[in-house]
Design a binder for this molecule. Structure first.
Ligand SMILES: O=C(O)CCC(=O)C(=O)O
Length: 356
C-alpha cells in the first residue's frame, strides 16, 4: 500500500497540521510534515496489531509483550524516529514500564488482601488499585498527619521557611508569580517522611517495580497569581520519565481556588510520542478537557494525593490563593540511571535534594 492509500484507509493522523492545536506551544514543534508522512506510512499496520492513539500518544493492546511485533511498529510511530535520543529514551521507558499490559493483575494479587491485614495494608491496596485505574489516589485519610504536622512543629517551621524564601525574593525585587521552593533540609521532617514512606514505598514498589525508591522531597509554595508563562507546570504535561510517582502533602486546606494539581484521569498508561523535548510534552487545555475527565487534587491540611507523573497533569493557573505543600518523589532506580545517562536534563529524579 502506498502512503496515500494508507492515509485513506487509516484517516486519523495525529501529526496532521491542524493537530498541532493539541499542544500548548505549537510554534515550537519540530518536523511536523515529516512526522505526518512517517506516521501515515505505518498507521494501518499499527492499527492492525492493536495499537491505538490520540494526539498525545499511543495505547498498547492487552497482551502486549516486549519484543513482540508491535514493538518495532511503536518506534516508528514516535515523534522523531530518526532522533537517537528520542529513540533511546523511549526504549528505556518501554523496557521499564510497558513490558506488561495490563498491570492490574500483578498489583491486585501482590498487595496483601484486605481480609486479614492491617488498616495500612488496606489503604495501600486501595491506593495501588486507584493508581492503576485512574493514575492518582487521594492520601492521608486515616493517617492523622495533620496532628503530626502540628504537634511536631513541622507545619509552622515549613510555612516559616517558605515565608522567609518569599521575603527574600520580594526584597530582591523578584517576580511575584513564580513558585517558591525551599530545597534545603527541613529540620524535623523525619517523622513525616517515615510515616509517608511506610505507607507509600510499598505502593511505589508494586506500581513501579522492586527497584522503586524514595528520591527526596521538596517544600514549595504556589503564589496567589500563577501563569503558564512563569510556571511551566501550569501547562498540561507529563514529566518525561514514564511511570514515576509524586505524592503531595498539603500544608493548608487546598480547594479549587488554590491552584490544585489537575490530572487527566486514565492517561497514565499512554506511551507519549516524545519523552525528551519540552514543547512536545506540553498539551493544550482544550484538547485535554475534550478527551479526558479532569480531576482536581484537593483536600484538607495533612491530606494530599499521589499520582503517576506519566499522566497528563498541570497546576491550575489564574488568580487564587497560595498553596503550600511538601512533595515526595518515588522513582524506579534503574530506569532513572538509564535516562540520566542519556541526558542529565531529563528530570528523573527531579527533586533537587537527595537523601544522602
Ligand atoms: O504544582 C503542581 O500542582 C504541578 C506540579 C507538577 O507538574 C509536578 O509535580 O510534576
Amino acid at each position: 500500500m502506498d502512503a496515500v492509500s494508507t492515509q485513506r484507509a487509516c484517516p486519523f493522523n495525529p501529526f496532521s497540521a491542524n493537530n498541532t492545536a493539541a499542544y500548548s506551544l505549537p510554534g515550537q514543534l519540530r518536523s511536523w510534515p515529516q512526522r505526518e508522512q512517517a506516521f501515515a506510512g505505518q498507521s494501518c499496520k499499527a492499527a492492525s496489531i492493536g495499537l491505538s492513539w490520540n494526539c498525545l500518544g499511543i495505547g498498547l493492546p492487552v497482551g502486549w509483550r516486549l519484543g513482540s511485533q508491535a514493538e518495532s511498529a511503536l518506534h516508528r510511530l514516535s515523534f522523531a524516529p530518526s532522533d537517537a535520543l528520542q529513540r533511546a529514551a523511549q526504549r528505556a521507558i518501554i523496557e521499564s514500564d510497558f513490558h506488561r499490559v495490563p498491570r492490574l493483575h500483578s498489583v491486585m494479587t501482590s498487595i496483601p488482601s484486605s481480609a486479614n491485614s492491617e488498616p495500612a495494608h488496606k489503604r495501600a491496596r486501595m491506593t495501588a488499585r486507584a493508581l492503576v485505574r485512574d493514575g492518582y489516589a487521594f492520601i492521608g485519610r486515616g493517617w492523622e498527619l495533620e496532628l503530626m504536622l502540628r504537634r511536631s512543629g513541622l507545619l509552622a517551621r515549613a510555612v516559616g521557611l517558605l515565608d522567609e524564601a518569599q521575603r527574600q525574593r520580594e526584597a530582591a525585587g523578584g517576580p511575584s508569580d513564580v513558585a517558591i521552593l525551599h530545597e534545603a533540609t527541613v529540620h524535623g521532617v523525619g517523622e513525616l517522611l517515615a510515616a509517608a514512606n511506610n505507607e507509600l514505598l510499598p505502593v511505589a514498589r508494586h506500581y513501579l517495580g522492586e527497584d522503586a525508591e524514595f528520591s527526596g522531597y521538596l517544600l514549595f509554595r504556589l503564589p496567589p497569581k500563577l501563569s503558564p508563562r512563569t510556571y511551566a507546570s501550569a501547562h498540561w504535561h507529563h514529566d518525561r520519565c514514564g511511570h514515576r510517582l509524586k505524592a503531595y502533602i498539603f500544608l493548608q486546606n487546598v480547594s479549587a481556588d488554590s491552584h490544585p494539581t489537575q490530572v487527566a484521569v486514565g492517561s497514565q498508561d499512554t506511551l507519549f510520542y516524545s519523552y525528551h523535548r519540552f514543547a512536545e510534552t506540553r498539551f493544550a487545555d482544550r484538547y485535554v478537557r475534550a478527551n479526558y475527565r479532569v480531576e482536581n487534587m484537593v483536600g484538607g491540611l495533612g491530606h494530599g494525593f499521589i499520582f503517576d507523573t506519566n499522566s497528563a497533569h498541570r497546576a491550575l493557573a489564574g488568580s487564587g490563593v497560595q498553596r503550600d505543600a511538601i512533595m515526595l518523589e518515588y522513582n524506579a532506580r534503574n530506569k532513572s540511571a538509564t535516562l540520566q545517562a542519556l541526558d542529565p536534563k531529563i528530570p528523573c529524579p527531579g527533586v533537587a535534594r537527595r537523601l544522602s
